[in-house]
Write a protein that binds this ligand. Structure first.
Ligand SMILES: [Zn+2]
Length: 331
């Protein structure tokens, strides 16, 4: 049977899909990422999530043609190893994830970088499916990227598309990577939260942390920023404005180098804030574009919440790799 699995391994949740022969989602499941227990606990939960999705599709995991997984951290796709996944519990050392999963699920498992597989998904089935070159900008806790050139992913020597760490201001804000002036230091949700806490200590008022506490959260997740923006909270507005400016400068600079046909904006914050903010990023790019009368298309990611898992399923070689639009996608 030509069905295959895809998994998006995130810091807060694990999502799994089963893709049918025509690139349609025939099973899906979502479980929280374990907060402790290291790689073995994460492996257990991934297997459980995939089993649920497979059972919804009426198959066992051993009947899948294979499973692709998009992982955070440093991914060695060839060796099937993940190291330094700081969003996952006790996951600094290299761990042979592909082998561990394949033994438990009874089918081949392929690994990829989480952002790159999501961008591959948009390229094959989503917002970039009519383009041959694409820059994906995944605006979330950090700002990740993915590049498609000449119809193929460009990963350089393995570390390409780290768009969050291009410099938008010499000697600028301290980035979570330890360098100064990176785009992510202004636009990453993690960096924005650090700045918001600093401003509160200095006496600035904001509803951000009130909304956070009301929702029983400990971090400023995307939905909290969205709510604060709706309420026109001045600090939230100021920090998001700054983020949009940084994204405009950074993304336009990359476009000046690569001259891609399209830019796709995804990620937790990008997806949550949606179209109006994609429009604002497009406007913020304009003054920095060298060939300003021929800007690339700038679009929202189209595959939605399941995009990461759907993209990961494309790591499994097979017929469904052909570029066919998924059912029900908006043009
Ligand atoms: Zn950085």
């Amino acid at each position: 049977m030509n069905v295959k699995g895809g998994i998006d391994l995130g810091g807060t949740k694990i999502q799994a899909v089963v893709m049918g022969p025509r690139g349609k989602v025939v099973g899906e499941a979502k479980l929280p990422t374990p907060e402790e227990g290291g790689p073995p606990a994460v492996v257990e939960q991934i297997v459980e999530t995939m089993r649920e999705a497979a059972s919804m599709a009426g198959v066992g995991t051993e009947e899948l043609a294979g499973v692709g997984l998009g992982s955070p951290g440093a991914v060695d796709a060839e060796a099937g190893i993940v190291a330094g996944a700081r969003n996952l519990p006790d996951w600094e050392e290299a761990f042979p994830l592909a082998l561990a999963l394949s033994e438990r699920m009874g089918c081949p498992v392929a690994l990829g970088n989480d952002v790159q597989v999501a961008v591959d998904g948009e390229f094959a089935l989503g917002a970039g499916r009519r383009n041959s070159s694409l820059l994906g900008v995944w605006w979330g806790t950090g700002v990740g990227g993915g590049i498609i050139l000449g119809g193929k992913p460009w990963i350089g020597r393995g570390a390409a598309a780290e768009i969050g760490h291009i410099v938008v201001k010499m000697g600028g804000a301290r980035c979570t990577c330890g360098r100064d002036g990176c785009m992510e230091a202004y636009a990453g949700r993690g960096a924005m939260e650090i700045e918001a806490r600093r401003q509160v200590k200095k006496g600035h008022e904001t509803e951000l942390f009130e909304i956070m506490e009301k929702r029983g959260r400990t971090r400023l997740q995307s939905g909290i920023w969205a709510r604060a923006l709706e309420r026109e909270d001045p600090l939230a507005v100021k920090l998001i404005d700054r983020a949009v400016e940084a994204l405009g400068a950074g993304v336009a600079s990359v476009v000046n180098v690569l001259d891609v046909e399209a830019v796709v904006i995804g990620g937790g914050l990008g997806t949550r804030l949606g179209e109006p903010y994609v429009d604002r990023i497009r406007e913020a790019m304009q003054p920095h574009l060298f060939v300003s009368d021929r800007p690339p298309a700038v679009r929202s990611a189209a595959l939605g919440d399941l995009g990461g898992a759907i993209g990961a399923s494309l790591l499994v070689k097979g017929r469904a790799r052909a570029r066919k639009p998924a059912a029900g996608l908006a043009e």
